[in-house]
Design a protein around this ligand. Structure first.
Ligand code: BG6
Length: 485
């Protein structure tokens, strides 16, 4: 779907997010013919740079992050021609009149402001956008961390909300832009098959795993102030849980979807000092090995002797409503785990009675696996009879739909979809203010219970599946983590 002409201003244009994600995403949309000819991209950061120097920066970013074949045939130069640069500081006026002049000189263009900066600058940048008359029809895009707890999130939302009404605020959770995450909605609501079974009468439990093989690398400074709960659970994991658990919205209109997600967040069973120890596990990696060889522990990467920051979390969450009463949602995420895999496993209940008597092979309950990455796809595990004449022998096999095999197209990055949705004015895949706040309302008491606990995060060896307590967490319930669907 083509988009209207826009003028996109990226604050923090020379930063990591811009280099690794935003510029490559915009470039890909451009070569796919999705960006109108007269669209303009303005980079802003504090560094004094000429337009030419910024274009060189962008050129390098694209060389580093885009396939060589995509850069051929004049596409790169055409894209770079859209870029210009202004040096400006969030806390001072110089540069801002020039930005206001350039944006107002493009009257038919939708103004979009992407705040790819440290979050403490979101407030000051919005204030200046207001002061220089840039906010009126503009859309502002911000990304996590949206606060570090409920109080700071309220404050931040307040600061942004003073300048931009909610329908002009786009809070990115890049997981919502992932193809397979959107596919979850297609799977649930474009098939008649699943919805009748999508409840506690037929579903035994749900597992959501977002495992990373990498450590914190050069982000240790930020990460140590966050930890896995704030970095992954408060946003990405809870968003995934919402998409699995929400009631069917009446349409894909933004508020219809967001209202349903909000109800799920509000129905989450509270976890606090009383039940924290039995339903959560936090861990921190020690030195170990990954596919590439020996890797250091978290404290070594941090360059510190002590830190209670968790690099792994497992939680048994519950959604307290009629649909889900009694169905645990086991969430786990961590750095330096055995492999990079993100998937949602919906485990169905066992058949009520086996008619097979002496058949060899146990009846394994059905499960639906939605693999977000890598090898995106959907698998439905079924029981069948093993071929052969020797009586009935049961085995379970997947109906396996791999996206790479089924669709021979490049899997677009989440930012490609999300950036153009901002221009289209489609907020469906963005978090509303009350969703972010509801997520913090659930997370805060867990963080506070951890702070009050005497025991530090449990150590786990890099390259494993986390602390053994996380295995015990699910096995106590007679279930097991499923690593390969
Ligand atoms: C980010 C987190 O939001 O998501 C990172 O801050 C994490 O710590 C990343 O590595 C994971 O995203 P993806 O798309 O690689 O799964």
């Amino acid at each position: 779907i083509p988009v209207a002409p826009f003028v996109l201003t990226v604050f923090g244009a020379t930063g990591d997010l811009s280099r690794r994600k935003l510029l490559p995403a915009l470039f890909h949309r451009d070569i796919d013919g999705q960006i109108p000819d007269d669209a303009v991209i303005i980079g802003v950061s504090r560094r004094p740079l000429s337009d030419e120097e910024f274009r060189n920066f962008a050129r390098q970013a694209l060389v580093d992050h885009v396939a060589e074949s995509d850069l051929e045939g004049g596409a790169l130069e055409r894209f770079l021609g859209r870029l210009s640069y202004i040096a400006a500081d969030a806390d001072a006026d110089p540069g801002w009149p020039e930005l206001a002049h350039r944006v107002s000189g493009l009257p038919g263009h939708i103004p979009v402001y992407y705040l790819a900066t440290a979050p403490h600058l979101f407030g000051p940048i919005c204030e200046r956008l207001g002061k220089f008359g840039l906010a009126d029809h503009g859309r502002v895009v911000i990304e996590k961390p949206i606060g570090k707890d409920l109080e700071s999130a309220l404050k931040l939302n307040e600061q942004v909300g003073k300048i931009f009404p909610e329908d002009q605020v786009y809070r990115i959770d890049h997981y919502l832009g992932k193809e397979t995450v959107q596919n979850l909605m297609a799977l649930r609501f474009a098939n008649a098959l699943f919805e009748p079974l999508w409840n506690n009468a037929h579903i035994d439990h749900v597992q959501i795993t977002v495992a990373e093989a990498l450590g914190v690398e050069d982000r240790a400074g930020y990460y140590d102030t966050a930890g896995a709960m704030r970095d992954m659970v408060q946003n990405h994991m809870l968003q995934l849980l919402c998409l699995v658990a929400m009631e069917p919205p009446s349409s894909l209109e933004a508020d219809a979807v967001r209202d349903e997600k909000l109800k799920v967040l509000r129905a989450l069973k509270p976890i606090d000092d009383h039940n924290m120890a039995s339903v959560t596990v936090r861990g921190q990696y020690r030195a170990g090995a990954s596919a590439g060889g020996a890797v250091p522990g978290y404290l070594e990467e941090l360059g510190s002797e002590r830190s209670e920051t968790e690099t792994f979390v497992a939680v048994k969450a519950e959604v307290e409503n009629w649909r889900w009463a009694g169905v645990p949602f086991y969430l786990r995420t961590g750095k330096r785990l055995a492999s990079r895999v993100s998937e949602i496993v919906v485990g169905f209940r066992p058949v009520p009675h086996s008619v097979f008597g002496d058949a060899v092979g146990a009846i394994v309950p059905n499960r639906l696996v939605i693999r977000l990455q890598p090898d995106e796809g959907v698998k439905l595990w079924l029981m069948i009879k093993d071929p052969g004449p020797g009586g009935i022998r049961l085995t379970h096999v997947p109906l396996d739909m791999s996206f790479a095999k089924a669709f021979k197209v490049r899997n677009p990055d989440a930012y490609e979809r999300l950036l153009l949705d901002v221009v289209r004015g489609n907020q469906t895949l963005f978090m509303r203010r009350d969703e972010v706040e509801a997520a913090w309302r659930w997370v805060d008491p867990i963080l506070s219970a951890w702070r009050g606990a005497k025991d530090p995060p449990r150590p786990y060896t890099a390259g494993t599946w986390g602390p053994s307590a996380a295995i015990a967490l699910i096995e106590r319930d007679g279930r097991t983590w499923l690593e390969d669907g």
